[in-house]
Ligand binder design. Structure first.
Ligand SMILES: Cc1cc2nc3c(=O)[nH]c(=O)nc-3n(C[C@H](O)[C@H](O)[C@H](O)COP(=O)(O)OP(=O)(O)OC[C@H]3O[C@@H](n4cnc5c(N)ncnc54)[C@H](O)[C@@H]3O)c2cc1C
Length: 382
């Protein structure tokens, strides 16, 4: 008989974990208080909003590079088998000031930095002083997430609707419980500090065209115009971005710091966090006009949105660890900040490894290579 697992949460962390566990012989039920594809979106449910670049932005963990590398292995395999909605862009990260390079660009295929770049998106008036490009995976959310959910259901996965609280958590029947409840974890678990949240604003522009580089590749970018032009109330520079998808563009971004009060209301000392930042539209319009000769005003159908990235706090960051409960194995997988999609497969694999080590259910230690092969076989044979 298949061993049963309960996953709490139907976001990208929960569904990815569920699919990987199914491919490795588990029967999985996902407990959730909301359907992930619900039409009216809830800003507390991050997976209804991600721009879905596969880049580890706004997330903290001591082993972040390892988890990111692992996740990229899975995305590469999914790309090889043409998984629905998974695309690759020529992606640029550009700055109007000197910026030292982060760890992650070097971990991504096709990395090149200024001054060696032959071409990059441009702003008509703001000079670019530093930056780099790489070949970045993107998950086009309109296709990718529904496909993952279909796979979960086709593999006999079930959704169990309702809010899990600290009491009902204990009465879940399964011997293995994986907590992927995102921001819900701040309520579900006694965390010491108030949750650190980065509020993000998005502008979705519908029925757009593709943006191409001179090489004919789809282009996306993040651009930091400097603290005088776009920053939070405390002067920290923010970036804007444009990520083209099959039918629309997602323009962002903001990363305003704040938390939630006991009623779940947004609380922030940053007054700018209350409104949609006009720079998201203006800077992107100027770059797109200058680089691609396209007027954003040509496209009339627009949706202004916001949602919350749950960072926990900088010290503890992402929580991917098991808990010693007397009667069962509990594994936590939450606090992915701005990188829940990016880290989804790396974290799912860590969960699988923990189950293998702690429960003795799997006969041998599972390697990433084995998990990749069984995933690709399982998905191709559906
Ligand atoms: C504007 C914006 C842009 C972003 N862009 C990117 C990006 O480009 N790339 C990237 O990798 N990431 C991005 N992110 C981050 C990403 O969206 C999140 O990290 C990710 O969605 C978190 O997924 P999750 O499954 O961990 O949590 P969630 O998506 O929040 O899912 C939590 C689930 O748990 C359920 N739940 C919660 N509490 C309970 C409870 N008590 N009982 C039962 N069910 C419960 C919820 O209903 C939901 O199903 C972005 C986020 C924002 C806000």
């Amino acid at each position: 008989m298949k061993k049963k697992v309960a996953v709490i949460g139907a976001g990208i962390s929960g569904i990815t974990t569920a699919v990987l566990l199914q491919q490795n012989g588990f029967e999985v039920s996902v407990y959730t208080n909301e359907h992930p594809l619900k039409e009216i979106k809830n800003p507390y449910f991050g997976s209804q909003f991600p721009s879905a670049s596969i880049i580890p932005h706004s997330v903290f963990h001591p082993d972040i590079n390892e988890i990111f590398k692992l996740s990229q292995l899975f995305f590469s395999k999914l790309y090889e088998i043409s998984f629905s909605g998974l695309t690759k862009h020529e992606h640029y990260e550009l700055f109007a000031f000197e910026k030292s390079i982060d760890d992650y660009p070097n971990l991504i295929n096709g990395y090149e930095a200024l001054p060696d770049l032959k071409w990059h998106p441009k702003h008509p008036d703001i000079a670019i002083k530093s930056g780099w490009k790489f070949n970045c995976f993107f998950a086009d959310w309109t296709d990718y997430f529904p496909q993952l959910i279909r796979i979960f259901l086709q593999n006999n996965g079930t959704f169990i609707y309702g809010t899990v609280d600290l009491n009902s958590y204990a009465s879940i029947n399964e011997d293995i419980v994986i907590n992927c409840s995102g921001l819900g974890s701040a309520q579900l678990i006694d965390e010491e500090s108030k949750p650190l949240i980065l509020k993000g604003h998005l502008l979705k522009i519908n029925n757009t065209v593709d943006l191409k580089s001179p090489n004919g590749n789809t282009v996306s970018y993040n651009f930091s115009a400097g603290p005088d032009i776009y920053a939070d109330s405390f002067g920290t520079p923010l970036d804007v971005y444009c990520y083209p998808r099959k039918h629309d563009w997602i323009l962002g971004g903001s990363r305003f710091k704040g938390t939630l009060d006991n009623q779940g209301n947004w609380v922030s000392e940053d007054e700018l966090s209350q409104q949609f930042p006009p720079q998201i539209e203006s800077l992107n319009s100027e770059i797109i006009k200058e680089t691609f000769g396209i007027e954003i005003s040509e496209f009339r159908e627009k949706e202004y949105q916001y949602s919350y990235r749950y960072v926990r706090n900088k010290k503890n960051g992402l929580r991917i660890e098991s808990e010693n409960a007397p009667d069962r194995l509990i594994i936590h997988n939450y606090g992915h900040g701005g990188a829940g999609v990016t880290l989804s497969w790396g974290c799912a694999f860590s969960v699988l490894q923990m189950i293998s080590e702690k429960s003795g259910i799997l006969n041998t230690d599972i390697t990433p290579e084995q998990a990749l092969i069984s995933l690709a076989d399982g998905l191709t044979n559906l």
